[in-house]
Every structure is written in structure tokens, then in C-alpha cells.
Design a protein around this ligand. Structure first.
Ligand SMILES: Nc1ncnc2c1ncn2[C@@H]1O[C@H](COP(=O)(O)OP(=O)(O)O)[C@@H](O)[C@H]1O
Ligand SMILES: CCCC(=O)OP(=O)(O)O
Length: 355
């Protein structure tokens, strides 16, 4: 018997929704959120009802019978560091999403909404490869301050999905390849995949890599300390400068790369400089990961919404293409990866992971 699933993928700048019958997509929708829309809410959990309404409105618009569903699957959020896999949204896991065990991010809402909608229909709910999948090699955890270890927070679901897709397309196993995966969405993460494990990562959230549409990435640490103690800002205000209001938002007032591109095409000097600075930072992150892999890189894979922009991928290839050939998978394979994760446990091919 076939399995119909509702897939919920909240990102920092969008909510993506899909309905599948087994692995066949019945329909999908991506709703983009402007900075103004998101900044009305003081916390991620406060956005729950707004994002839930979007989902239920879409189901109504499509005249979809919710009773025909067998499972609800959400993107997994800021839980404790855990291995890759499919997890049931248990009470403990739900609690950690609600409190944001490792912090706040829209992905926390994936499991919360999956469980809420699942419970209302008496259906199971799962998350797959949450943003906290942790396969870091021990030496990648050192930051220089023992109390502040580097952490693995990234687009684990899509990074793994596109890496496996590439391996399949060239007839090799993911475990046999060394890949650098560059995900450019609302956040940016660059990962070193060594024989099937993400052994080092530039953290996409409040971490150490390139800036992104809505995040600062790495900033000069001494100046940040001074800002924190200047008395001018609350803790929340400083954090917002780093996550939410950082990056393109801070320089150009938009989290939408398409607006940036339009300004660049019109000859806007500031937009051109900021875009070029972004590309420099991402290229430097790729170069770092080449060293992590001892220069033995089979392929660089560029993905995420920004990878639709050919100007961006061409310039990155110009800067980093000497390291390895480049494959571009624009957007992301997250909806299908979420379905496949749930189907594997429901069909008994894989065990549900214990949280
Ligand atoms: N067709 C496109 N061309 C260029 N940029 C795009 C396109 N589609 C999305 N983007 C940009 O990608 C970013 C969002 O990427 P996405 O992977 O959807 O992020 P998230 O899941 O974090 O919300 C935004 O800056 C958006 O403007
Ligand atoms: C929290 C890491 C993943 C991430 O940054 O996702 P978005 O690009 O969707 O915000």
C-alpha cells in the first residue's frame, strides 16, 4: 500500500512544503519570507502559528484530504549533536526543539509542526538529518578557547543528499569520495566530506565562515567583545546583528539574492562590492576545506537557492575551480531526502534512531 506524506521544511527565508505519494511528488510550494515579515516575531517558536497557517492554507487551496496522509516529516533543528539518521519526534526531542537546545533557527519548527499536525491526525512524525548532525573529526573542534569549541551546525540534510546524488550519478559510493559541498541559502555552510563523513564544517548559523543573506559569519572577535560591552546594545540586539540582521541584510537591507543581483545589474557600486566580498569569503572557505582533505578533492558541489545564480557560481568556479571540478545542483533536495528518510524506517529498511 502506498504512503502519502506531508513534508515541512522551514528555512530562515522560506517555508517549503511538499506532499508525496511514496517517492512521487504530488505537489510542492515554496513561500519566501521577507526580513520585515520575519522580524515581527521575537522568537522562532513565535513564528509557529504563522508558518502552520501557510501549510494548512496550501492544503485547503489544493483541496487535499489530510485524512489520506500516513506520516508528517519535518526538517530537524537545533537539538543536541547527534548522528545522521531518521528520528521520531518524541516528547524529549520535541522539548529540545521548543527550547532550542543549541540555539534558535527556523528548522526547530520542522519537528514541532510535524508533531503538532501529526498528533491532530493521530499520525507519526519524524525528522531526518537535522542541522546538528555531528561527524566532526576531533581536531576540527578546537577554536583556540577551550570553553568555546567549534560545533557542527549546517545544512546536513541537503549537503548529504546532494553528495549522495553526485556519487550515484557518477556510479561511485558516497563513502569512496572526498567532496567539498557549498550550500548557499539564507545561511551558508561549506563542508569537507571525507569518505562519507562531514569531518569539518564552516558552521552556518553563528559560526566561523562566510557571511550570508542574513548572517554575519566570522567577525573580528576583539571588536565584537567591545561591541558587547559598549552598553549600547542588549544581548539580543548584538545576536541579531550576527544572525538575522547580518550579511546582505546589514549591508544592503535585503535577504533576497535576486534583489542584490538586480542592483548589481543596474550598476549599484555598493551591491557589487558586497556581492564580490561574499564570493571572496565563500571561495576562501572552499580553499580551507581543500586543506582539510589534504588537497585530495574529487569534486566541489555548489547548491542552495543562491546556486541558481549563474554569475555567483561562475565567479566561485573562477576562484576555486583550480582545486577540483565543480558540479552545481541549484536549490536543494531536502523535500525528497525527508520523504526518503521516513520511508526507510516505515518500510523497515532502517531503524529509527534513538534521540
Ligand atoms: N532563482 C534564484 N536565483 C538567485 N537566487 C535565488 C533564487 N532562488 C532563491 N534564491 C536566493 O537563495 C536564498 C535562499 O536560499 P534557500 O536555499 O531557499 O534558503 P532557505 O532554505 O535558507 O530559506 C535567498 O537569498 C534567495 O534570494
Ligand atoms: C542552521 C543551519 C542551517 C541553515 O542555516 O539553514 P537556512 O539556510 O535554511 O537558514
Amino acid at each position: 500500500m502506498s504512503i502519502k506524506s506531508l513534508i515541512i521544511n522551514p528555512g530562515s527565508t522560506s517555508t517549503k512544503i511538499g506532499v508525496f505519494e511514496d517517492e512521487t511528488l504530488l505537489f510542492e510550494e515554496t513561500l519566501r519570507h521577507t526580513t520585515e515579515e520575519i522580524s515581527q516575531y521575537s522568537s522562532i517558536v513565535d513564528q509557529k502559528d504563522f508558518r502552520k497557517k501557510i501549510i494548512l492554507d496550501l492544503m485547503e487551496k489544493k483541496n487535499f484530504d489530510m485524512k489520506s496522509l500516513k506520516v508528517i516529516v519535518g526538517r530537524g533543528g537545533m537539538l543536541k549533536p547527534i548522528p545522521s539518521g531518521t528520528y521520531a519526534v518524541t516528547d524529549e526531542l520535541l522539548h529540545d526543539l521548543m527550547i532550542g537546545k543549541q540555539g534558535e533557527h527556523a528548522s526547530n519548527l520542522g519537528g514541532i509542526l510535524a508533531r503538532e499536525i501529526g498528533d491532530s491526525l493521530s499520525l507519526p512524525s519524524y525528522i531526518v538529518d537535522p542541522v546538528v548532525v555531528d561527524e566532526l573529526m576531533p581536531i576540527a573542534r578546537y577554536s583556540g578557547v577551550p570553553e568555546l569549541p567549534r560545533t557542527s551546525v549546517f545544512h546536513a540534510l541537503n549537503q548529504k543528499a546532494v553528495a549522495k546524488r553526485y556519487a550515484k550519478e557518477i556510479g561511485k559510493s558516497y563513502d569512496s569520495l572526498n567532496l567539498i559541498v557549498v550550500h548557499m541559502g539564507g545561511g551558508v555552510s561549506v563542508g569537507a566530506h571525507e569518505k562519507g563523513k562531514v569531518v569539518d564544517i564552516f558552521n552556518a548559523l553563528d559560526g566561523d565562515g562566510a557571511f550570508s543573506p542574513e548572517r554575519a559569519g566570522a567577525v573580528p572577535s576583539g571588536a565584537l567583545v567591545k561591541m558587547c560591552f559598549s552598553g549600547q546594545y542588549t544581548e539580543k540586539e548584538v545576536y541579531k546583528k550576527l544572525v538575522g540582521g547580518g550579511g546582505f541584510n546589514a549591508y544592503l537591507g535585503t535577504n533576497d539574492m535576486r534583489d542584490v543581483e538586480t542592483s548589481v545589474q543596474k550598476g549599484d557600486k555598493e551591491a557589487t562590492l558586497v556581492r564580490e566580498a561574499f564570493l571572496l569569503q565563500v571561495a576562501k572557505d572552499i580553499g580551507s576545506m581543500a586543506c582539510v582533505l589534504n588537497g585530495k578533492v574529487d569534486q566541489i558541489i555548489m547548491t542552495g537557492g543562491i546556486a541558481y545564480n549563474k554569475g555567483v557560481t561562475d565567479r566561485l568556479t573562477e576562484r576555486a575551480g583550480f582545486i577540483a571540478p565543480v558540479t552545481i545542483y541549484p536549490g536543494e533536495d531536502e523535500l525528497l531526502a525527508l520523504v526518503q528518510g521516513a520511508l526507510r524506517v516505515m518500510n523497515g529498511e532502517e531503524k529509527t534512531m534513538e534521540y
